[in-house]
Unconditional design. Structure first.
Length: 220
């Protein structure tokens, strides 16, 4: 992240990271962990799952923080939930959770670590969230679905670039299936806060994207 916007994001996220650890801000491991996370989120194959995504998630949490039962764990889970990201593998969240456990093991308690692990795994979006905090982080992770049409298009373009190795027909079929699962829910979002803020936009964006994907299918 070498442009001015990237430098601003890095500076802002560093301040947030150190504030999160205010009682341990001088711990020698904290800056190293932050630098490692920035390096991971700056990997060249990331076009959406990067530090900008983390920054946006942190902004969403800041607005919804009063809804979190364990805001410290919620924020750390956001930092780590996409730390490991390889579009060719299907266990990124599990690997990210493992990385968080290993990295944070000497900085916090086991009970906190277990909550962080569960929150990271909730961002797989495969099973119903089991707690209010899991519902909150799942919604934060999907906030982009309810963004403006322009931001949503940038998101879809970033996802396509991350999966550039997938042939067009396979990508369209897989992407349609993923988006349709969200649209077929009774609600895209689990919490009242995010339903009020993003539900209508998310349904419009998802419907439009699915229509575009299906319209470009070759005739049978």
């Amino acid at each position: 992240m070498h442009d001015q916007r990237g430098n601003t994001i890095t500076h802002t996220t560093l301040a947030r990271w150190l504030k999160l650890w205010s009682d341990q801000a001088d711990h020698p491991a904290l800056k190293r962990i932050y630098d490692d996370l920035v390096k991971m989120y700056g990997e060249p194959h990331r076009h959406y799952h990067d530090l900008r995504h983390i920054s946006r998630c942190l902004e969403e949490l800041a607005e919804a923080r009063s809804h979190a039962d364990h805001p410290f764990e919620e924020e750390l889970a956001i930092w780590f939930h996409d730390a490991v990201y390889d579009p060719r593998r299907s266990d990124n969240e599990e690997a990210s959770a493992g990385y968080a456990m290993e990295t944070l093991g000497k900085l916090t308690e086991k009970e906190i670590l277990e909550r962080i692990r569960s929150l990271i795994l909730a961002t797989r979006h495969t099973d119903p969230p089991r707690s209010d905090d899991e519902r909150l982080i799942a919604d934060i992770d999907l906030a982009i679905l309810g963004s403006s049409a322009e931001e949503y298009r940038e998101y879809e373009d970033g996802i396509r670039r991350e999966y550039s190795w997938v042939p067009e027909d396979r990508f369209k079929a897989g992407r349609t299936e993923v988006l349709a699962r969200f649209l077929e829910r009774d609600h895209v979002y689990h919490t009242g806060h995010f339903r009020e803020k993003y539900e209508a936009n998310a349904r419009a964006n998802l419907s439009h994207s699915i229509s575009e994907l299906r319209a470009s299918d070759p005739p049978h």
